[in-house]
Design a protein around this ligand. Structure first.
Ligand SMILES: NC(=O)c1ccc[n+]([C@@H]2O[C@H](COP(=O)([O-])OP(=O)(O)OC[C@H]3O[C@@H](n4cnc5c(N)ncnc54)[C@H](O)[C@@H]3O)[C@@H](O)[C@H]2O)c1
Length: 319
């Protein structure tokens, strides 16, 4: 049993992680500011069951404001920092907001950790740092100096910032690069959630580009398993600084994804095509060799099975 601080606990990945950590008998402290990127109601619903659990306590504040995190005074063994503004396209309109919520917030956490002598951190980075990498699959050793969105820049900047604190204060840190995570509680701005909602309402789908772009969709339960293995790894080792891909290593073309969803929902495809959006990349494709070796990561969920679970969740939660 460990005392784990999870930032972004009310969000999609955060709430799924907290649930599993509590099942595993950990004590969890959650932080979230209910960032208006999507509705507070959804995030409150994510937290509903968790707030009744005796092993969970929750703080609402903005990690981007220095000092707020000082209100947490209880002992903490490890921090899992998932909070942040997500989303590639919105970051183009609000680079400053992303710099504050992602980079400044991460710096505030790292400063607080070093003052409190908390040495263990798992950080949510992103496949976006690979930009338009032509070499697939993406490996952690690939050059990631060419971000193509403010969001990607902030995630890479945080990885670098984490290295500073590893080097200066001997913090043990794993930066996890998530690849398009989907599943129950998925953010409403993400493609799978949007598509399912539109299909359910008989609205034709809007596809940016010709549908040949591909994503390494990763089911949230697999991502959560990878985060938990990372927590265990970072807890029992010293002198750790790692960057690790957490993907599914099976890219799925957009049109194939859409056809799977139409089939699962038993509806006739209706698709409208629009030009590619700025900031979008052609493909994401994780090499997971390092994750497999280092933390025994082994994603279990093929796309059809994960989509079925998402559609079931969507149908039982839609208002
Ligand atoms: N979902 C994905 O496919 C994906 C892919 C790559 C990386 N990530 C990263 O994983 C993390 C979790 O993503 P998610 O999909 O669960 O997103 P999410 O938006 O559902 O969760 C993030 C949470 O952080 C909170 N937050 C934002 N700014 C904050 C601040 N300043 N102070 C306190 N809380 C704040 C939000 O309110 C939200 O609840 C993010 O850092 C995201 O960038 C996600």
């Amino acid at each position: 049993m460990a005392k784990i601080l999870v930032t972004g606990a009310a969000g999609f990945i955060g709430s799924n992680l907290v649930e599993r950590l509590l099942d595993l008998k950990n004590v969890v402290i959650g932080v979230d500011n209910f960032d208006p990127f999507y509705s507070r109601d959804i995030k409150q619903q994510n937290l509903q069951g968790l707030l009744r659990h005796p092993g969970f306590s929750f703080y609402e504040f903005d990690l981007g404001e220095a000092g707020n995190i000082e209100t947490i005074t209880e002992p903490i063994d490890i921090v899992v920092h998932l909070a942040g503004k997500a989303g590639v396209r919105p970051s183009i309109d609000d680079p400053n907001g992303y710099i504050k919520a992602n980079i400044t917030a991460t710096n505030n956490i790292l400063e607080w950790m070093q003052k409190r002598n908390i040495k263990k951190l798992v950080f949510a980075s992103s496949s976006s740092v690979y930009g338009n990498n032509k070499k697939v699959p993406f490996e952690e050793t690939d050059l990631v100096d060419n971000p193509i969105s403010p969001y990607a820049f902030t995630k890479k900047a945080c990885e670098l910032l984490n290295h500073v604190y590893h080097s200066l204060y001997k913090m043990d840190i794993i930066n996890l690069r998530f690849f398009t995570v989907y599943g129950p509680r998925q953010r409403p701005d993400l493609a799978i959630h949007k598509f399912v909602k539109m299909i359910d309402n008989n609205i034709p789908l809007t596809v940016y580009g010709d549908g040949s772009t591909a994503r390494d969709y990763t089911f949230v339960e697999d991502t959560v398993s990878g985060i938990i293995s990372s927590i265990e790894f970072v807890s029992r080792n010293i002198n750790v600084f790692e960057v690790v891909n957490l993907g599914n290593s099976t890219p799925v073309k957009l049109l194939d994804l859409i056809n799977h969803i139409y089939t699962i929902m038993d509806k006739e495809p209706q698709i409208e095509y629009l030009p590619m959006q700025p900031g979008d990349v052609d493909i994401t494709y994780a090499s997971i060799d390092k994750a497999t070796k280092l933390i025994n990561y082994n994603p279990q969920t093929p796309i059809e099975a994960g989509l079925k679970k998402f559609v079931e969740w969507y149908r039982s939660h839609k208002k």
